[in-house]
Structures are given as structure tokens and as C-alpha cells.
Design a protein around this ligand. Structure first.
Ligand SMILES: C[S@@+](CC[C@H](N)C(=O)[O-])C[C@H]1O[C@@H](n2cnc3c(N)ncnc32)[C@H](O)[C@@H]1O
Length: 392
């Protein structure tokens, strides 16, 4: 097995080095500055992928023993536990920086760290597979499943259910809780069957949700209360959502006037940053739109159920856009530009998409002023960034 010097890190937090034949190799479990022994798992003509099986020169103050016992059993739920939290956020910052430079062709982009959030016990949303009645998560780099009866990153209200619920013959379960309301919901697939949960948990099957049944829980963020249905997206932690709201407000708060909230979900930004403004919220998901209508009742928001790609843009001085992983892309950027907004807050959950969107926005007349990392998912390579774009 080859030894490789790791020189940088890339999306997914894989270390980057070179094999003796000159090909780039992406090595999971390796950190920049280390020399590692690599088991190559995939050969391509121009690059390879592998896993670090031995580390010769650990980075001083960077590498640590993984705090979760299930990592040693192969659990792939968290892929950055081998790095201290300070190093985790710095690696993520470098990934964002590199993506903005390489994909977005941004010159000297400013990428800042946001405030630190609790590194453990934060996930209020956890989807598990059920194997012989036990919850399980995907193994690293494979479709195998690793049984777990606890999760260090899960919120205590979720963690408790991993140990206390009886999953019986379910195939998969999504556990969702309101950390600040204490409300809990279990979405069980394909049906509830013999699964049982503590009495406070609202339990609903995929089959029931596909029919007429509605099920939701509530969460509080930035002083507002949100209804969140079983199939509606919501940020994975309310303290992180507080920070996202504060960061978006920091970007657009000083610009007066109406706001367009693209990919608006159940109304997180419309109800907070958009409070007191005329808001147009655009969202495609039926369940999220129903929640947004309930959450924004009595406000000045108009909710449009549509794909952003199909929406007929209205003019507004402020746009907040929080797309899924694919980012805005060409069409999304064209919609943003058509609003003639003077200020855009882009919330990105994929650094590659952010880089591409920054390039497209620049071509459409919007300059990147700064990006700020909000580390919503410590221990994992997931990246969340709030960026400010000003119209040229
Ligand atoms: C990352 S979530 C953000 C939601 C909301 N801004 C929040 O913070 O809670 C992205 C949202 O975009 C919606 N979505 C995904 N693709 C879309 C599209 N093409 N057009 C409109 N909405 C879309 C999803 O249903 C989801 O609610």
C-alpha cells in the first residue's frame, strides 16, 4: 500500500495527495500535513480514491481519537471526528475558499468563521435504517449498515428514542424533535406496524402521510414558533438556525424594502428577517408551503408554490436564497438577477455549488463581498455558508 503526503483537503473532507505515478489521490481519514499509508479503493485514469489505514506524522494538535465508539465499528454518520473541532472548521473554511477561487474565479475571497456552536448533542433530525429491530446508520463508503443504540451528535431527545423505542419490523425511521418545545415526531416506513415509542411521541407511517393524515411538531427559532410537518425541511438545530437568521439579517438587514425569499421552506427567513416587510416566499414542496401558510399567517408574506425555475420574478431590493445542494445554477441566478435586488444573501449547503453560483452571480452583475461559515454540523464534513452579494 502506497505512502502519500497529504497537502490539502477537498469537498467531503478527503485529504489530497499524489500517488507515485503522478495521479491525484483523495484519501478519506487523512489530514493536511500528514504522511499516510493509503489503501486505494478506486482507480480512475486521472485520479484515485482511498482510505488512510496508517498515519506516520499526525498533525500536531489536529488529529485526535474519535470520541464516538461507533466510528471504530465503521459507522459513516460522522466523517471528521478524527480532527479536533478547531481544525474541522479551519478545514471547512479552506474548502470554501478554494471553491470560490477555483470554481467561482473570485479574487481573494473573504471567508470568515461564524460563531462556534455546541459540537455534540445537536441533531434534532435523524434518519435511521432498521436492521432486525435495531436502528442503524450507513457504514463509511459502503451500503452496509452499522447498528447503533446511541449517537453523540443526536440531540438528547432523539438519542433517548434510539435506546427506548421498539422499532419492530419497520424498515426505516426518521426521528424529529423540537429542542425548544420538547415535541417529538417519528415517521416510520413503510408503516407503523408493531413499532412503539414513548407516549409523548407523535408516530406516523409513510402510508398514512401519503394519504390524508397530517403530522407535525413545533420548534422555536429567533423568538418565532414554527410548525414543521413530517415531510417539511427544517434546519437541523435551532441554535444553528438562530445563527443563520442573524447572519442573513446581517447581510440584508440594512437594506429597506420588500424581500424575495427563494427556497423559503416553512418560512424561517420570511418570519424573522422578513418581519415587517412585504415578502414573496417561493417554495416547491407542498407540505412546506402548507406550514409556511400557517407560520406566516397575519404577516405581509405572499407564498408562491412553484419551482424557482418556473417562478415569474418580481422586483425587490432584497433577495434571500437558500437552495438545496445543487445550488442556484444558471436559472436560479437568472431569477435572482431579474429581481434587480441590490443585496443578496445566499445560504449554501454545498461548497462546490457556492463556488459555481458565485461565478454565475458575478457574470450577472453581483459581487461577492464576503462569506461566513456557520458550522451547523460539527464532526461531519457538511458545510453551511452565508454569503453577501452586492449589485455592481
Ligand atoms: C435548504 S432548504 C431551505 C429552507 C428554508 N430556507 C429554511 O432555512 O428552513 C431548501 C428548500 O428548497 C425547496 N426546494 C428545493 N428545490 C426547489 C426548487 N427548485 N424550487 C423551489 N423550492 C425548492 C425544498 O423543498 C426546501 O424547502
Amino acid at each position: 500500500m502506497p505512502d502519500v503526503d497529504i497537502t490539502s483537503v477537498t469537498v467531503g473532507a478527503a485529504g489530497v495527495g499524489r500517488l507515485d505515478d503522478g495521479r491525484v489521490v483523495f484519501v478519506s481519514g487523512a489530514l493536511p500535513g500528514e504522511r499516510v499509508e493509503v489503501e486505494v479503493t478506486e482507480h480512475k485514469e486521472r485520479f484515485a480514491r482511498g482510505v488512510a489505514v496508517g498515519v506516520y506524522e499526525p498533525v500536531a494538535l489536529g488529529r485526535r481519537a474519535e470520541p464516538c465508539p461507533f466510528v471504530a465499528e465503521g459507522c459513516g454518520g460522522c466523517d471528521l471526528q478524527h480532527a479536533h473541532e478547531d481544525l474541522q472548521v479551519e478545514l471547512k473554511r479552506r474548502i470554501v475558499l478554494e471553491s470560490l477561487e477555483r470554481l467561482g474565479r473570485c479574487v481573494d475571497p473573504v471567508v470568515e468563521h461564524g460563531p462556534a456552536l455546541a459540537p455534540l448533542g445537536y441533531r434534532t433530525h435523524l434518519r435511521v435504517r432498521i436492521v432486525e429491530g435495531k436502528p442503524a446508520l450507513r457504514a463509511r463508503g459502503s451500503h452496509d449498515l452499522v447498528p447503533i443504540d446511541a449517537c453523540l451528535t443526536a440531540h438528547p431527545l432523539v438519542d433517548e428514542l434510539l435506546a427506548e423505542a421498539h422499532f419492530a419490523d419497520a424498515a426505516e425511521v426518521t426521528l424529529r424533535v423540537g429542542a425548544r418545545t420538547g415535541e417529538r415526531l417519528a415517521l416510520v416506513g413503510p408503516r407503523v406496524g408493531n413499532a412503539t415509542f414513548p407516549a409523548d411521541v407523535e408516530v406516523v407511517g409513510f402510508d398514512q402521510i401519503a394519504g390524508a393524515r397530517r403530522a407535525w411538531f413545533h420548534e422555536e427559532v429567533a423568538g418565532e414558533r414554527f410548525r414543521i410537518s413530517a415531510r417539511s425541511f427544517f434546519q437541523t438545530r435551532p441554535d444553528g438556525a438562530d445563527v443563520l437568521v442573524a447572519e442573513v439579517d446581517d447581510v440584508v438587514g440594512e437594506v429597506a424594502g420588500s424581500m424575495v425569499d427563494l427556497y423559503g421552506g416553512v418560512g424561517l427567513f420570511a418570519a424573522t428577517v422578513g418581519k415587517g416587510r412585504d415578502v414573496i416566499l417561493v417554495e416547491q414542496n407542498r407540505s412546506s408551503v402548507a406550514d409556511a401558510k400557517a407560520n406566516l399567517d397575519g404577516s405581509r408574506a405572499r407564498i408562491v408554490r412553484a419551482r424557482v425555475e418556473d417562478w415569474k420574478p418580481s422586483r425587490a431590493p432584497v433577495v434571500v436564497a437558500d437552495p438545496a445542494r445543487a445550488g442556484l445554477g444558471k436559472t436560479g441566478v437568472a431569477k435572482v438577477a431579474a429581481t434587480e435586488a441590490e443585496r443578496v444573501a445566499l445560504v449554501s449547503c454545498d461548497p462546490g455549488s457556492l463556488g459555481r453560483d458565485a461565478g454565475l452571480l458575478a457574470a450577472a452583475g453581483y459581487d461577492l463581498v464576503r462569506s461566513r461559515l456557520v458550522d451547523l454540523f460539527p464532526q461531519t464534513s457538511h458545510i453551511e455558508v452565508v454569503s453577501r452579494f452586492d449589485r455592481r
